[in-house]
Design a protein around this ligand. Structure first.
Ligand code: BGC
Length: 480
């Protein structure tokens, strides 16, 4: 036992050299937050936007739910862990969003990298099957489309894909209107139709679905396969959209933070390798340092390096450990949850481990996930601090709607994230609300709010018309 402890101590010393690069002090995080703060402004600016790494995309969502929304909706959710089709009901009296039914459709790996037309045909086919099996085919329901990729939104139902992220790279879609591609695929089938469409980023869906439960929810954050956040920005600062009054939800696309090289000093050699091995090198640098699609791979590369340096497994690696993608992100959560899990996973990976090895592996997982939580906190703190300054208040009380596998599944990610945000945004009281299926229900919610606003503005136009008519009538009277 004494020998084990001594070896553990020595190994830890050497291992620490590698892990140090992942530790970010509070001052460092403040510095990262200051860089992001500048990038938010660059993204919002009319002229600086073009070259800004953080895109700050207007969403044309100008209002959060007011509780009067209702109706039946379809929702599609593409870009998270699964592709899903949903039937959602918004009930005004109960102020509730009910998921009536949903179905997961697999998207084969080849399809994620093939022609865009095939992807959209597949989506239309899944939706068609769903409508038939649920007896909804005759109805033309409005549809909320959660499409979790960076899009330049022209209107609520016109949205141009800027670029694919997270393992998708279908040809012929970047630069195109995604709603149009969906509608065309549906029309090609000629067997069903859909009503009005609202395009939604998953962050916006998350904010909106939480907004129904808590009216002060004005931020949506995802830390899952990818990462991103949206928040309600003052219209006067959204320089690329006309109008000064009120607020609009801005999709930050903070995953792109660092794409201009601004995070080079904190990237480790493992981050650089992950980026180089990805299908979109140089794109979404921040996302690659913190989100679920990449965390497992960062840990795998770190373990390979430590093995090469004979600091793990007696220098003996395994075929599985050497294969990209084989160390899944969910292993990180499982390993941190208990040493026994760690040992089972190492055995499954074909490694010969001893007690010290399993402890070192656990330390590596903890280091990488902890950096992710702290960096995510730095980004979130930047956003809440900005909202506080925008509103010119001493203290800001606000709610963040959150979703994503990393936040939900990791044993202490949420705790570490929240504690760090508190330190970095000391003048903000933040409530965290885990969204209940924001991508599904939230999309329906955005569609419902859009319908309510359209209806209200139609009523307004009608009543304006009435006034005009009355005036005309009065004039006629006077002329008589
Ligand atoms: C996408 C975002 C999305 C995020 C979380 C990123 O890769 O660019 O649009 O919100 O993943 O799903």
């Amino acid at each position: 036992c004494g020998d084990t402890r001594r070896r553990a101590g020595a190994a830890r010393g050497n291992v620490q050299r590698y892990l140090e690069r992942f530790h970010l002090s509070l001052e460092r995080l403040q510095d990262v937050s200051a860089r992001l703060k500048k990038d938010l402004v660059r993204g919002l600016g009319k002229h600086s936007h073009q070259r800004a790494p953080v895109k700050m995309l207007p969403t044309f969502v100008r209002a959060t739910p007011d509780g009067t929304e209702n109706g039946d909706f379809l929702a599609l959710d593409l870009g998270g862990t699964n592709f899903r089709v949903l039937h959602v009901r918004v009930v005004e009296e109960e102020q509730r969003v009910l998921k009536m039914d949903s179905q997961i459709c697999a998207i084969p790996q080849e399809m994620m990298l093939g022609p865009g037309e095939e992807l959209f045909n597949h989506i239309a086919a899944c939706l068609g099957d769903f409508l038939v099996s649920r007896g909804l085919k005759g109805q033309t329901l409005p549809l909320g489309f959660t499409f979790s990729f960076p899009c330049e939104q022209k209107e609520i139902d016109k949205s141009i894909l800027i670029r694919w992220t997270k393992g998708f790279r279908c040809s012929g879609v970047e630069g195109q209107d995604v709603v149009k591609l969906l509608r065309e695929a549906i029309h090609r089938r000629r067997d069903y139709d859909i009503g009005s469409v609202a395009m939604v980023n998953d962050t916006v869906g998350t904010m909106m679905s939480c907004g129904y439960r808590d009216r002060s929810c004005e931020i949506g954050m995802i830390i899952g396969t990818g990462t991103n956040a949206c928040y309600m920005e003052e219209m006067r600062n959204v320089k690329r959209v006309e109008g000064e009054d009120g607020r609009m939800c801005v999709n930050t696309e903070w995953g792109g933070f660092g794409d201009d090289g601004s995070l080079k000093d904190i990237q480790t050699e493992f981050d650089v390798m992950v980026d180089q091995m990805s299908i979109n090198t140089g794109v979404h640098t921040f996302e690659k340092m913190i989100s679920g699609m990449y965390l497992g791979e960062i840990v795998r590369l770190l373990l390979v390096k430590l093995t090469e340096d004979k600091l793990l497994f007696d220098g003996q690696t395994s075929e599985t450990l050497l294969t990209p993608g084989k160390f899944e992100t969910k292993f990180i959560s499982e390993i941190e949850d208990g040493l026994e899990n760690a040992q089972n996973i190492l055995t499954e990976l074909g490694l010969k481990w001893d007690d010290v090895d399993s402890r070192v592996v656990r330390l590596c997982c903890d280091t990488v996930s902890s950096r992710s939580a702290r960096l995510c906190a730095a980004a979130l703190a930047t956003v809440v601090n900005r909202i506080r300054t925008n509103r010119n208040v001493d203290r800001l009380k606000t709610t963040v709607g959150v979703d994503g596998t990393v936040y939900r599944k990791h044993p202490n990610f949420s705790e570490e994230l929240q504690a760090t945000v508190r330190l970095l945004a000391p003048k903000c009281d933040i409530t965290f609300l885990v969204s209940e299926d924001g991508s599904g229900k939230g999309a329906a919610m955005v569609t419902a709010v859009a319908q309510r606003l359209a209806l209200q503005s139609r009523l307004l136009e009608d009543s304006d018309g009435d006034d005009e008519e009355e005036e005309e009538e009065e004039e006629e009277e006077e002329n008589k």
